[in-house]
Design a binder for this molecule. Structure first.
Ligand SMILES: *Cc1c(COP(=O)(O)O)cnc(C)c1O
Length: 380
């Protein structure tokens, strides 16, 4: 089955009890047991719910894993994944990770004794050099948020396997439509399904998928023990979103290409960060491991131009956090998504105060370009 067909028919595509083409929303916390002490398939919805299970089967199928797990948010999925480990376990983490992941690591996980070394994930020697006796896993995003840096998944998993480490990849920006890290040797993929998988900016959700049966057992145990599970209504919404992922991505990509061309030809734009650009540092690796380059663009305006006025002047593109929805969203990471990272660390990692991140939506391409143009005209 080709990927775009899998989006619609993958996992478990109809309701097992009724044959309903759209999986039912099983809004029930508990299930009647027909036999005392039997082994019922469903007993309590934190442990397992048929609507959630259908989503979990679907994402496992799309990522090429053995099992999927749905959580109340991407952050909850990431937290559950780190919860497989114990105090004094050491992780190598990419320097450019989602602001909330940075906060989870520094303000929560470190208090429980987990140890972290932050490295430039593009630098394979730095990754290998950071390995210690107690290192257990390498955690990174690619493309990263918001710098869109590219990590070489196959090369990193090779280093990881050599040292018996696990590799965990946050695949939110690429989605399995563009990139499937498990096929490249990763052990776990995590997602903020809030973004492209849901796709309509109407639900917060997280997913984790693994290619390893032992990890699957641990994640199932932790999902049930911690209890940060996704409810049936939201599980249904994410499934519905995934069905149109292919159709949406085609428009996201076409619009992105057009916007890149526009930005490249506007001299008020100083720098564009996009893995699809031939002179972008990660371009060759991106070409190797991604089917398309995605619909996230970061850019900087020429020095002295008013970033604040620019983003506030946009009329179609909305100034908002988040990404991956049908509507175009723009944000300034230093103030918004990455505001929780101390300024020195942010600058060290290359996130300037002026950096702008654009999540290209599926509106009409001309409307988006005209909107950018009128806002640029207001400032320079
Ligand atoms: C949004 C995001 C998260 C966090 O997901 P939530 O659903 O908001 O908890 C994690 N990683 C990346 C790359 C994200 O963009």
């Amino acid at each position: 089955m080709k990927f775009e067909t899998k989006l619609i028919h993958g996992g478990q595509s109809e309701d097992q009890a009724t044959g309903a083409v759209s999986i039912s929303v099983y809004r029930s916390s508990t299930f009647h047991q027909y036999e005392l002490g039997g082994n019922p398939k469903w007993e309590y919805s934190r442990t397992g719910n048929p609507t959630r299970a259908a989503l979990e089967a679907l994402i496992a199928d799309l990522e090429g894993g053995v099992a999927g797990f749905a959580f109340a948010s991407g952050s909850a999925a990431i937290h559950a994944t780190f919860s497989m480990y114990s105090a004094h376990d050491h992780f190598i983490v990419g320097s450019d990770v989602y602001g909330g992941t940075f906060r989870l690591i520094n303000k929560v996980l470190k208090r429980f004794g987990l140890e972290f070394t932050v490295v430039d994930i593009q630098d394979l020697a730095a990754v290998e050099n950071a390995i210690q006796d107690n290192t257990v896993a390498i955690y990174f995003e690619t493309p990263t948020n918001p710098l869109l840096q590219i990590a070489d998944i196959a090369a990193i998993t090779k280093i990881a396997k050599k040292h018996k480490l696990k590799t965990i990849v946050d695949n939110t920006f690429a989605t399995p439509y563009n990139q499937r890290p498990l096929e490249l040797g990763a052990d776990i993929v995590v997602h903020s399904a809030t973004k492209y998988l849901g796709g309509h900016s109407d639900v917060v959700a997280g997913l984790a998928v693994t290619s390893d049966e032992k990890i699957a057992e641990k994640l199932a145990f932790l999902q049930n023990s911690i209890g940060s599970t996704l409810g049936p209504d939201d599980s249904w919404l994410i499934q519905r979103g995934i069905k149109t992922l292919g159709a949406r991505m085609r428009v996201h990509h076409a619009n992105t290409e057009a916007i890149i061309k526009f930005l490249e030809n506007d001299d008020r734009v100083a720098r564009i960060l996009y893995p699809g650009l031939p002179d972008f540092p990660g371009h060759e690796v991106a070409k190797k491991q991604m089917d398309h380059f995605g619909a996230m663009i970061s850019f900087e305006l020429q020095e002295g131009l008013d970033t604040k006025k620019f983003v506030e002047s946009l009329k179609v593109i909305s100034l908002a956090e988040s990404l991956g929805g049908i509507e175009s969203l723009i944000e300034v990471p230093s103030v918004m998504t990455h505001g929780s990272i101390p300024r020195e660390i942010r600058l060290e990692n290359g996130i300037k105060d002026e950096l702008i991140r654009l999540s290209v939506g599926i509106e009409d391409e001309e409307d988006l370009i005209n909107d950018l143009k009128q806002a640029l005209d207001k400032i320079g």
